[in-house]
Structure formats: C-alpha cells, structure tokens
Design a protein around this ligand. Sequence first.
Ligand code: SF4
Ligand code: SF4
Ligand code: SF4
Length: 505
Amino acid sequence: MSKRLVQAEFNVERDPERCIQCQVCVRQCSNQVHAYDAESDQVTCDEASCVGCQRCATLCPTNALTIKKAPPEFAPDNNWTSDVIQNIYRQAETGGVLLSAMGNDTAKVSWWDNILLNASQVTNPSIDPLREPMELTTFLGAKPNAVELNFDDQGGPSLATKLAPQLVLSTPIMFSAMSYGAISYNAFESLARAAGQYGTFANSGEGGLHKDFWPHGPNMIVQVASGRFGVDIDYLKVAAAVEIKIGQGAKPGIGGHLPGEKVDERISQTRMIPVGSDAISPAPHHDIYSIEDLRQLIYSLKEATRYQKPISVKIAAVHNVAAIASGIVRAGADIVAIDGYKGGTGAAPTMIRNNVGIPIEFALAAVDDRLRQEGIRNQASVVACGGFRSSADVVKAIALGADAVYIGTAALVALGCHLCQKCYTGKCNWGIATQDPYLTRRLNPEIGARRLVNLLRGWSHEIKEMMGGMGINAIESLRGNREHLRGVGLSDRELSILGIKAAGE
Ligand code: SF4
Ligand code: SF4
Ligand code: SF4
C-alpha cells in the first residue's frame, strides 16, 4: 500500500463570495497551503499541509477564510480515537518518533480548575487595590533564619546579617527558559525587553546569550545545561542569575536537539558551535551523577560569579520531586525551579510530553511541605512553571507555596502564537519559533515587548484584585497560605497531597 492514510488535520474553507483574490494568504502561509493559479486567476488550496495556525484567516482582508479542525473520518470510538489512529498511520508510514511542541494537550491536564480562592466577607474586610497600596515585590534567593541589627549612635539601626544575593521582581512572574534557536531573534528580544521594562526576568534557555542581548543582562537568567552551549565566564557574569538546567517538564529525562539547518551564523556565535552543526543536549549532565556532584557545580558557579548572583536549579516535576528538591536546597541552590508536565517546549516526543512527569500542582505542594518539614524552606526560593494560563493560576500557585512562577506558553500566546504545536518544523507563521529571516520579520520586538508588558500589567492588576478580595495587601502574606484555597471535585487523597480543605470545610 503506497497511498498515505493520514488525513488532513484541518479544513480550509474559502468563501468565493468574499475572496478578492488578493493572494495575502498565499504569501502568509509558510506551509504552501494556498497557491495562485495564473491560468484561472484563482487562489487554490491544498489543505493537507495546513497546521491550523490561523495566520491566513487572521490576515485575510475580507474574512473569506475559515480554518476548522477536520472532523474525524473514523467510526466513533472512545478508545481508538482519530488521533490515536492517525498517529499509528504516521508511524507506519515513517517509522519515526512522533513529535509535538508546546505543552501536553490531553484532556485532563489542569488541577488549578479544581482549586478555588477565598474572599473576605464581613470580618477581615477586603482591600480596594485602586485606593490602597498593594505589594507584589518579590525577592528570590536564600533568606536568613533570623536577622541581626547593629545599633550605633548615628542614625537608626543597620542590618548586621549578610544577606544572600537576591533577584528583585516587581511582580511574581518571570518568563520561562526559551532559547534563541528554539525561538526567533525577535521573539527573544521581545521577552528580554519586556522583562527589563516591567522589572522582572527572562531566561536565556540552554542556547547561550548572543552579545546583542548582553545589555539585557541585568534582567536575564542564563542557563547552564548539559550541552554547555554558550557558557563562558563572561556569559555567567553578564546575567543577574545562573540556572543549572537538569530537567524540563515537557520532556523529563531526555535531552534536546537543535538540527544543524537551524544553526546559522548568529546562532553558531551564541552557542559557540560551528555553523550548520547539530546542537545536541545530552539527557544527563555528564559530570553530575549525585547531589554531591551538583553541589560542586553550584559552588563552581558561585565562585565564578563571586557569590554575587543567585544560583537556581531547574528540574522537571517527577515522582520523587520533593526529595530531589530537598537535596538541591541542601546542595546550596538559592532557587529551585520546578517544571510540571504541562510545560511547553519547541520539540518533544509526543509520548513523553503527554505521559511522563507529574502536574505542577502536586509537585509544588509536595516540595513546599517537604522543605518546611525539614526546616529549610527559607534556604531557597521555589519557582513553579508548567502551563500557567492566567493570573488566577499564579495566585493559586503562590498560595500553594511558590515564591514566583515562570510563564512560557502564555508569553508566546501574547506574542501571537496560535498553539498550532508545530514549532519543531521551523515554519512558524507568526515569526516566533522560526529562524527563517522572512518569517522572523513578522514579529516586531518593540510591539512584542509592549504586548508582553501589557500581559504582565493586566495579570499583576488581577493578582492585586484577588489579594484585595482576600484582605491581603502583600504577596508575602499569600505565599504558602493554603487556608485561602479550597478544592472541588478532588479525592481525599488529592486534597491531602495538595494540603487544602474541600469547598465547604
Ligand atoms: S487572503 Fe482572503 S481575499 Fe485574499 S486571496 Fe486569500 S482568501 Fe482571498
Ligand atoms: S497553515 Fe496556517 S497560514 Fe497556512 S493555511 Fe493553515 S491556517 Fe492558514
Ligand atoms: S510558536 Fe508558532 S509554531 Fe509554535 S505553536 Fe505557536 S504559532 Fe505554532
């Protein structure tokens, strides 16, 4: 059988009454779905390669296009769904690993929707954030067990305790690790600019930091990952913090691969590898086989940065995440970032993305509990990541124990991403996950940064409103305050792991 059995994923419908044959759709689709036929003077389409990114429909001047998920052409079956069947066809035809991008999209992926927030009524009155100051400033880094003050004759007391280096955020939200290579130069610049403009941090990801971006260093966290791409002493010094990347929520336990065709001159300079060579991140760090090895790397990085910068360790949320986090804190990390199984990515094997790891809600609660029980919660900040969709998710995460969150997919959506999940093809029609110079120009970093700043501003305002509703005027009072959370539709065991009561209790 030579005929391909995989069916088109999307139907592309063109309304002939509305279409003015302007060919905007022909120019906008990098997948060559639309074509102009000069003989008939008509725009035609081959919908087999449509990925549903909605670029053509959004830009069509007469709204003549509709892109719809194709109805499954299989008998209804809850077990052998059309996706399952299509995937088997794909593998039967290619013999390859199924690839996906962005986060896990399987039916039940979020427990935030089963957690509800509290609000004040009658006693402990609520606070109006428009009229009273609300504090969202967040400090990330190790905190002392106690502070000692010096009292002298001149002026007031001064701090005697030497504080560990801290990252100071104007809001408890940062941008997740996204490497230049996985995302475009303009997308990277949008994130870096927005972080600086709003007083928060972007993360270089594991692909190094191009020198063009060094001026953004005070608002960048740079990663040291298994491939050590772009890592040298200047890279470490230019950033505000350094993050050792052990794992990633979308693909725990496996490495990464940026194909050589994406490694152009600028990416080769950034990653410090030859043009056109594959950038392979091994699954493990080949010098880390124990917590002691990790401790050595943490302290090497502290030495290299003269103990001036917080050192973060990022791990994927896996079954024994609480014990791992405890070890990381004891190894000297200032920040532990935990990435849940809804975390996004530029490319991951579909089966791993959808089946490996645990939800951030449970991982975060377990880590916060464990660190408190061991009396070491103040020795490191906890940053949660993996599929945060709204300010409400952020508030719930902070009440569950996070000091701050990383957002990745939401930030890309703010830049125009339509979640087509085809980042790994390099043909992102929105100029985000591509290195094609023609496509990259579609994203203007000035506009991108403005949209990201607007997102941060909107979410921060909503966080203040939710805090005000609870009668809280500082994010510090919400942190780990699970009394403000109640569960609905959760089993006793789930409630117990989350450490929250059921609604009505
Ligand atoms: S962009 Fe719209 S109006 Fe222009 S050719 Fe395509 S479908 Fe027709
Ligand atoms: S891939 Fe995107 S731009 Fe191309 S036809 Fe489909 S929706 Fe339109
Ligand atoms: S970044 Fe681009 S390719 Fe990736 S999901 Fe978003 S729109 Fe699709």
